[in-house]
Design a protein around this ligand. Structure first.
Ligand code: AMP
Length: 585
């Protein structure tokens, strides 16, 4: 599909007409200093749209900086969406009005074409509350929208997908730290396909050192500066005169700073060191957030082009399994032809990848997804099974809890073939409280996996990550008490990720594949609910069934025998769904 991508900034407008399937760019350009034109954005856009229309675009994709909490995915623009973008102006006073100007001009110049808004913030919409919240009074935070939104979503989504394709593994199996290092810079922790932390916050000012933005700064220092310089001057100082430019006393271009540093310029040297240190610090922190890391991605103008900066950042990360091969790093030149270059040493357990980002193509693909009519979905109801807390044990833990060589005894068969609820039960002991009599499911497994609900977590006093079955690496610790012994597990406690078991035939009927995330709607009861982020699992021995926990079932007022409808459609599935549709292309 030919998509016109418009990135309407406060002072410049970038545009492309791009083929969303092959990525071929039919037209591309930048109009600078738009704010100085007599007719402003409208004048510049009129010229761009005239030129673009010669290439007969079929839809228009707009980069929109701030979607606030209103958008967790790209959206087909109508009056309601436009109004919601307008409501986010206080959060992005320079950018959102420019984005709206682009939308309005495109609608007038190309009437009848679908227009799609792709938000920088949407990729981070599923961040857990603990990462999203700042430690200020909650009422104030909610009144003023002071939470972490995160930005650079299209870039982080693009490079994570490219890395997963390169590694030949689904995103749902990877823990990635993505470092977008350009004039603007941010790090994102992408745990099994979801952004769980990111360094930019309520505004793009937080986090890494950037070209002219300061990144992290003690709020006490901000108060002091405001007291001395006033709010406006402080804003300008921190946004436009700080970062690499401020520390070096030179400019914001990393190439110049590297050249000056080589000549011995103190300011340039310090700026480079502070920049690299900050990124390295975040990589370590985000590996801790995810309980480990499978790949570190470097992208953006600096990440893709500066071998010396990559080496500075990635040194001394061997403890995380990250180790680079110096020559591979020096030679890395990712491009649209070679999108990913692996610079890891052969013995590294985590991959270091230099990845070419392409935000425009990501926007084009999102736009094409939304502008294409929904795919038909099989008329097949999905039975819903509600799982209470339970656990799976490995042989060693079974021996310790129930005595050497003890075997699980069948209490009753459960729905998935070959699985059973055992007679044996175990007590869970957390730092806060205990839950006794938790049923073991058989047969034994290679790894312990203890599945509890969020409510159980509060009772126990633990924080467990949401995980798919078998993904227990880096999960939460727990103490198990059995009749013959007590075992302290360093990991294994999870909150189960909701999922659907299905056969390959079911998958074909639904038009989905293993690893897809879909939505399942439950209608007709007193608390209708659509479950998003439902993972598809496919195996010929499976029985069609969606598994949710007791909290999730209570939220929808479900009981035994409930059914749901798969309402996945590429157009409604958000950034990840759309990207998955295109994975490998
Ligand atoms: P971006 O905002 O992604 O276009 O990145 C801009 C930044 O990338 C600027 O700081 C550039 O100096 C930097 N950059 C581009 N090419 C190189 C290079 N070969 N070496 C070092 N930095 C570079």
């Amino acid at each position: 599909m030919r998509i016109l991508v418009i990135n309407c900034g406060s002072s410049s407008i970038k545009y492309q007409v791009v083929d969303s399937e092959g990525g071929e760019v039919l037209l591309g350009g930048v109009t600078e200093r738009v704010d100085t034109l007599a007719g402003g954005h409208a004048e510049a856009l009129a010229g761009i749209l005239k030129e673009a229309s010669k290439h007969e675009p079929q839809a228009v994709g707009h980069r929109v900086v701030h979607g606030g909490l209103a958008f967790s995915a790209a959206a087909l623009i109508d009056a309601t969406v436009e109004e919601a973008i307008r409501n986010c102006i206080p959060l992005a006073p320079l950018h959102n009005p420019a984005n709206l100007a682009g939308i309005q001009a495109a609608r007038e110049a190309l009437p009848g074409l679908p227009q799609v808004a792709v938000f920088d913030t949407a990729f981070h919409a599923r961040m857990p509350n603990r990462a999203r919240s700042y430690a200020i009074p909650r009422e104030l935070a909610s009144e003023h929208g002071i939470v972490r939104y995160g930005f650079h979503g299209s870039s982080h989504a693009c490079v994570a997908e490219r890395a997963a394709t390169y590694l030949g593994r689904p995103l749902s199996e990877l823990r990635i730290v993505s470092c977008h290092l350009g004039n603007g810079a941010s790090v994102c922790a992408i745990e099994y396909g979801t952004s769980v932390e990111t360094s930019m916050g309520m505004t793009p000012l937080e986090g890494l050192v950037m070209g002219t933005r300061c990144g992290d700064l003690d709020p006490g220092a901000v108060l002091k500066l405001c007291g001395t310089l006033g709010v406006e001057e402080t804003d300008s100082l921190l946004n436009r005169k700080s970062g690499l430019a401020g520390v070096s006393g030179l400019g914001n271009d990393m190439r110049d700073l590297e050249a000056k540093a080589a000549e011995g310029h103190d300011g340039a040297r310090l700026a480079i060191k502070v920049f690299a240190h900050r990124v390295r610090k975040y990589i370590g922190a985000y590996a801790a957030v995810m309980g480990g890391v499978d790949a570190v991605i470097l992208t953006g103008g600096i990440g893709q082009n500066s071998a010396s900066m990559r080496q500075r950042i990635l040194q001394r990360l061997e403890f995380l399994g990250v180790k680079i091969e110096i020559f591979a790093n020096n030679d890395a030149r990712p491009s649209e032809a070679t999108q990913v270059v692996d610079i890891s040493a052969p013995n590294a357990s985590a991959r270091a990848l230099v990845v070419a980002t392409n935000e425009e193509l990501t926007i084009a693909r999102e736009t094409s997804c939304l502008a294409t009519p929904d795919e038909p979905i099989a008329d097949l109801a999905i039975p819903i099974a509600i799982s209470g807390r339970h656990l799976h044990l490995d042989r060693e833990t079974m021996d310790l809890l129930f005595g050497k060589g003890a075997e699980l005894e069948v209490y009753r068969e459960i729905s998935q073939p070959g699985q059973f609820a055992a007679k044996q039960k175990v007590n869970l002991v957390g730092p806060r409280n205990r839950i006794d009599g938790v049923r073991v499911l058989g047969p034994l497994r290679p790894k312990n996996q203890i599945e509890v609900s969020r409510t159980d977590e509060y009772k126990l006093g633990v924080d467990a990550p949401i995980r798919g079955s078998g993904k227990v690496e880096g999960s939460a610790p727990i103490v198990l008490e059995g009749p013959m012994g007590t075992v302290e597990l360093s990991e294994g406690l999870v909150c189960a990720r909701r999922h659907i078991h299905m056969t390959p035939e079911d998958a074909e009927q639904f038009g989905v594949k293993a690893g897809d995330e879909v939505e399942v709607a439950v209608n007709g009861g007193p608390r209708d609910l659509t479950f998003g982020d439902v993972l598809v699992r496919v195996k010929s021995s499976y029985l069609l069934e969606m598994h949710i926990d007791t909290d999730e079932a209570n939220a929808a007022e479900l009981s035994k025998g409930a059914e749901g409808d798969l309402i996945y459609s590429p157009a409604g599935s958000g950034v990840r769904g759309c990207l998955q549709k295109h994975a490998g292309s």
